[in-house]
Write a protein that binds this ligand. Structure first.
Ligand code: DP6
Length: 368
């Protein structure tokens, strides 16, 4: 699909709204069931992915803006970023680079003094994708800014598509966080309108209601920094001898998952979710250099999940991102039993664990 958001006319001289103010968005992280791992071009995925948007793990971001002081060069980004109320030059530099890359789309960014104030509801380095929530919150803010200055994004679906496109440029998986529920990113013939350029929500008539009740308990095995950044990880796929097979597998899994979602096949869903997580980790192990991202405790939890499922027949499944923490996925109908198992079996077996309770959420919310 051709989509060109470059618009040289979006400059303050043409603004209809006030050129100073503040805009705030709260945006969630997401957990991929079909994983995006391998990219090309400007953050375009090698295979389609599908995720649950989360509910409690969110980034809250304010953008405060005013016209640049006379004489300060336009075409440059003038930005200060505060993370958790402290000036953060490192993160500020990343966002500045992101905004610089967006000047063709939002030329007015070069004409503003910008202050970004951002915080997360989840701990730093907890393995929850803060780039997904952070970049999607920024993208929602920038599209609101465009709408407030020029009135060009009044139509909701036009707004969301652009926000998803822009979020993707910040971090691939962030484009999925713009939407509630179950979200698809990547061109896939079985989902009409799907594109590599932006995500879209999977239509609710293709999803059995049980999947909207899913919990995601995030078991924090390690709080350390990521061993390998996503960008480096994606890059390693280029030299991975299993890469082409992996992309084919992801497409097959995607198609099978659609059938499970539609028919309410929770076990089929869980098997695919686990196979995807293990493939992702296998790919890291077969990269050059190889990375082992699981910790002993990750394996201990996986074995406990499998044993619990065998013993009880209850549909509790796991997935992982590119790190050691385990996401436990299960429908709300068995939440009480799972809570007892966590307390009485899993935690005593694995040792003290921090658990972040989350589940399928409703997508970004504007703050006032
Ligand atoms: C394992 O979206 O963080 O979480 O596009 O380089 O920012 P960049 O990568 P990122 O990769 C996410 C990888 C993953 C799987 C997924 O979320 O689909």
């Amino acid at each position: 699909m051709e989509l060109d958001y470059r618009n040289a006319g979006l400059v303050l001289a043409h603004a209809k709204g006030s050129t100073s103010g503040r805009i705030g968005w709260e945006s969630p992280s997401n957990i991929a069931i079909i994983k995006y791992w391998g990219k090309y071009g400007q953050q375009l995925p090698k295979n389609p992915s599908l995720s649950f948007t989360l509910s409690n793990s969110v980034t809250r971001t304010w953008i405060v803006y005013s016209p640049k002081e006379e004489g300060k060069g336009s075409g440059q980004i003038n930005l200060k970023l505060y993370f958790e109320d402290e000036l953060n030059l490192n993160f500020g530099g990343r966002v500045e680079k992101f905004f610089l890359g967006l000047l063709d789309i939002f030329p007015f960014l070069g004409e503003l003094d910008l202050e970004v104030r951002t915080s997360n509801t989840f701990p730093h380095s907890s393995g929850i994708a803060s780039s997904a929530s952070g970049m999607s919150a920024l993208a929602m803010g920038l599209c609101t800014l465009e709408q407030e200055l020029f009135g060009t994004l009044a139509d909701e679906s036009t707004f969301l598509r652009k926000a998803s496109y822009v979020a993707r440029l910040g971090s691939g998986s962030a484009c999925r966080s713009v939407f509630p529920g179950l979200v698809v990113w990547g061109d896939q013939s079985e989902v009409s309108g799907s594109s590599d350029l932006f995500a879209l929500p999977l239509a609710s008539d293709r999803i059995d209601p049980v999947f909207y009740t899913f919990h995601d308990d995030i078991l924090i095995v390690s709080k350390g920094e990521k061993k390998v950044s996503s960008s480096v990880g994606h890059g390693l796929m280029d030299g991975n001898r299993y890469a082409e097979n992996r992309y084919a597998e992801a497409r097959e899994h995607f198609s099978q998952l659609l059938a499970c979602l539609e028919s309410g096949d929770v076990d089929g869903f869980g098997k695919i979710a686990e196979a995807e997580a293990l493939s992702l980790h296998a790919l890291m192990m077969t990269s050059q250099p190889p990375f082992i991202l699981m910790e002993p405790a990750s394996l201990a939890i996986i074995q406990q999940v499998q044993a619990y499922r065998e013993r009880t027949g209850l549909p509790v499944y796991f997935t992982l991102d590119a790190g050691p923490n385990i996401h436990l996925l299960y429908p709300d109908a068995i939440a009480a039993e799972v809570a007892v198992w966590l307390d009485e079996v899993l935690v005593p077996h694995v040792g003290k664990l921090r658990i972040i309770k989350d589940g399928v959420g409703l997508g970004p919310k504007k703050m006032i």
